[in-house]
Design a protein around this ligand. Structure first.
Ligand code: 5GP
Length: 129
């Protein structure tokens, strides 16, 4: 069965898209730790990040870095943190999270954003891509 993220790639499920290439997609996390929390995924559906072939892994890092640099310019924060978990969705995804404190990377506190705030966040980040 296709993962939730494959359904986002195909357009079956909606998302707030930040960036897209033939191989990768970046979109806002629907339940963000902080405003600007973004997921970068390969379009190829692979469960665990270290099962990606080396080129896809490195290309995902290059793609994620570009997105992270844009997030850091667009969203006031001390830095953008990167983490990979994957316990909820079995489709490789890199979390890029604007950090102001350790709390922001702990997946305990969540930011509640309106549709308008999600849309404004997309616009703000895309302006730096
Ligand atoms: P993990 O698998 O790394 O533990 O977490 C999965 C992440 O995907 C969570 O931060 C969760 O909020 C996010 N997520 C789960 N379902 C959806 C969805 O349908 N759309 C979006 N944009 N994010 C999702």
């Amino acid at each position: 069965m296709a993962s939730i993220f494959s359904k986002i790639i195909s357009g079956e499920l909606p998302s707030y898209k930040i960036a897209e290439t033939d191989e990768f997609l970046a979109f806002l996390d629907i339940n963000p730790n902080a405003k600007g929390h973004t997921l970068c995924i390969p379009k190829k559906e692979v469960n665990k990040i270290f099962d990606l072939d080396e080129k896809s892994y490195l290309d995902l890092m290059v793609f994620s870095r570009k997105v992270a640099i844009a997030i850091e310019k667009a969203i006031p924060c001390k830095r953008v943190g990167m983490t990979v978990v994957g316990l909820e969705v079995p489709h490789v995804h890199v979390h890029l999270i604007p950090l102001n404190s350790m709390e922001d990377i702990r997946f305990l506190n969540k930011a509640s954003l309106t549709t308008q705030e999600f849309q404004n966040t997309v616009k703000a980040i895309k302006a730096y891509l």
